[in-house]
Design a protein around this ligand. Structure first.
Ligand code: COD
Ligand code: ZN
Length: 367
């Protein structure tokens, strides 16, 4: 059986998304049909729309979604119709060498599906007049319904509001996870976060949850710095007015223990490295445009600095998402304050314009 759905489709860079009807195939073995409740608008979607990162086309964008299971394919055991789920854009296989060593965010099988925009078998479930339409992150969340791998579904409590749960699927997991899982920020340590957008604000709140001492927010927009304070930043540096490296080094004598880059630009990656103190850790969350390179001062390695990437906040989704839900319901994780605006699916291009102009922390598309 095929379903008719409404979805926002990417055809080529520098063009608005087309909101149109698509066919959606029923879930195959090991797959799940989900009615999407909400999908967050992330800068990574915009990277594709701006042609900075290649993606299969046509493609339904959206990788920060939550919804309700409507049907399951053969062999699906972990969820059933009616379950509330957060979707993961890395549906880890559980068997590859990365999964086996406890690093499911690096899963070979899931990352291949993610970069192709397909299910784990290499094909997408959306189609337009019989021709395949790909699914960003094996999700394609800007749609009224989608089909995802069972491993991409994380069941959550039904009293968790689905629009806020959607944010756990990317921005919150990527940001909080970078602080807690990747960096393992120590209580009392000094942290700098370069770029306080939807993901960076979550690095700030992850550092606060971990008990960091100074948390220095760096951005070029004063209202982002103001938001960062609400998420736990103790200091703010406006990089459009002063040299962020000198400012951070002055606030945290000689630099911070952990500096996070959450934009995806070679210059800001270098700034994050330079504001990291001797023996400290630089964590790169942002992904720079294809082909970009970063240069680092070779002498700095004598100071035992470490630089690492962080993919999906080092997520182990089945463990981390329920934990984040509990923190939210206990009033310890800020999600309501992240949602600056809500749009209907038809308004999705306005949501991307607002993100481009830096007006929002996060917008969500509510189906
Ligand atoms: N100095 C300081 N801050 C800056 C500068 C600068 N030179 N330039 C821009 N900023 C600020 C902006 O004002 C804004 O507040 C922030 O940086 C960026 O925030 P957003 O809201 O536009 O972007 P996010 O938070 O939605 O996304 C950031 C990512 C790093 C996740 C994204 O851009 C990215 O690199 N994605 C690729 C990585 C990826 O695919 N991850 C998996 C899915 S997210
Ligand atoms: Zn994202």
């Amino acid at each position: 059986m095929a379903y008719r759905v409404k979805a926002a489709v990417f055809y080529r860079p520098h063009e608005p998304l087309a909101v149109e009807e698509l066919e959606l195939e029923a879930p195959r073995q090991g797959e799940v049909l989900v009615r999407v409740a909400a999908c967050g608008v992330c800068h990574s979607d915009l990277h594709f729309m701006e042609g900075l990162v290649p993606i299969a086309s046509p493609s339904v964008l959206g990788h920060e979604a939550a919804g309700v299971v409507e049907a399951v394919g053969h062999g699906v055991e972990s969820v059933r119709p009616g379950d509330h789920v957060v979707l993961s854009f890395i549906p880890a296989c559980g068997r590859c060498p990365y999964c086996a060593v406890g690093r499911p965010n690096l899963c070979t099988v899931a990352n291949r599906a993610m970069s192709r925009g397909t299910m784990l078998d290499g094909t997408p479930r959306f189609a337009k007049e019989g021709r395949p339409v790909y699914q960003m992150g094996a999700i394609g969340g800007f749609a009224t319904r989608t089909v995802v791998p069972e491993a991409g579904c994380v069941k959550i409590r039904e009293d968790m509001p689905l629009d806020r749960a959607a944010l756990l699927g990317c921005g919150v997991m990527t940001g909080v996870g970078a602080a807690i899982n990747t960096a393992r920020v120590q209580a009392g340590s000094d942290v700098a976060v370069v770029g306080c957008g939807g993901v960076g604000l979550n690095v700030v709140q992850g550092a606060a949850l971990a008990g960091a001492g100074r948390i220095i927010a760096v951005d070029v927009l004063p209202h982002k710095l103001e938001l960062a304070r609400q998420f736990g930043a103790t200091h703010a540096v406006d990089a459009s007015r002063e040299d962020p490296v000198a400012a951070v080094r002055q606030i945290a004598a000689g630099g911070v223990d952990y500096a996070f880059e959450v934009i995806g630009r070679p210059e800001t990656i270098r700034q994050a490295f330079d504001m990291t103190r001797r023996g400290g850790l630089t964590v790169v969350v942002g992904v720079a445009p294809a082909g970009a390179e970063v240069s680092l001062p070779a002498g700095a390695f004598l100071t035992e600095k470490t630089i690492t990437g962080s993919a999906y906040g080092g997520a182990r989704m089945s463990v981390d998402v329920p934990r984040l839900v509990e923190l939210y319901l206990a009033g310890r994780l800020k999600l309501d304050q992240l949602i600056s605006r809500r749009y209907p699916l038809e308004g999705i291009n306005d949501a991307f314009d607002a993100l481009r102009r830096g007006e929002v922390a996060r917008s969500i598309v509510a189906m």
